[in-house]
Design a protein around this ligand. Structure first.
Ligand SMILES: Nc1nc2c([nH]c(=O)n2[C@H]2C[C@H](O)[C@@H](COP(=O)(O)OP(=O)(O)OP(=O)(O)O)O2)c(=O)[nH]1
Length: 133
């Protein structure tokens, strides 16, 4: 089975977390799901560099990586992913959507209002455990 290596950014600005929605996809289990922005790690690239590059490409946003958060291994029906996630900061909430169909800036307590890609569920759980007080 194909194994993807992905890096994703949990971008926090004034306590709100950026959540982005994927468009229609050939795999119904990721189609229109919410996720953290990011993408595939290129050969020789550090995962923390992947998130800075991808967030600039996809959202025209400049972020700073603050800390390693969680690495998730998830098996979808057609492929496996290993996803590294990082807590990141950004000086402004300005962004330009190019690959996603919507976005929301949410408090951690609101994260479960969204329909997340399955691989993101452990990240959302950990954010709620660590940040919701
Ligand atoms: N970026 C990102 N991808 C995620 C998350 N959760 C999750 O299951 N994925 C999956 C969806 C994709 O299959 C893969 C990420 O690859 P990608 O962003 O390059 O997406 P893609 O397959 O649409 O891209 P491409 O082949 O068109 O370049 O990981 C997440 O939180 N962020």
């Amino acid at each position: 089975m194909k194994q993807l290596k992905v890096a994703a950014a949990i971008i926090i600005n004034n306590g709100k977390i950026l959540c982005v929605q994927r468009g229609l996809n050939k795999f119904d289990y990721i189609s229109e799901k919410f996720e953290f922005p990011g993408g595939k790690i290129e050969a020789g690239e550090l995962p923390s560099d992947t998130v800075v590059r991808e967030i600039h490409e996809e959202l025209e946003m400049n972020i700073a990586v603050e800390q390693d958060f969680l690495t998730v291994n998830h098996e979808y029906p057609d492929f496996k992913i290993q996803m590294h996630s990082f807590i990141c900061s950004t000086p402004t909430r300005e962004l330009e959507l190019s690959e996603h169909i919507s976005f929301k800036w949410l408090d951690v307590s609101e994260l479960w209002d969204l329909d997340w890609a399955a691989a993101d569920v452990p990240i959302v759980d950990k954010l709620i455990k660590e940040l919701d007080q």
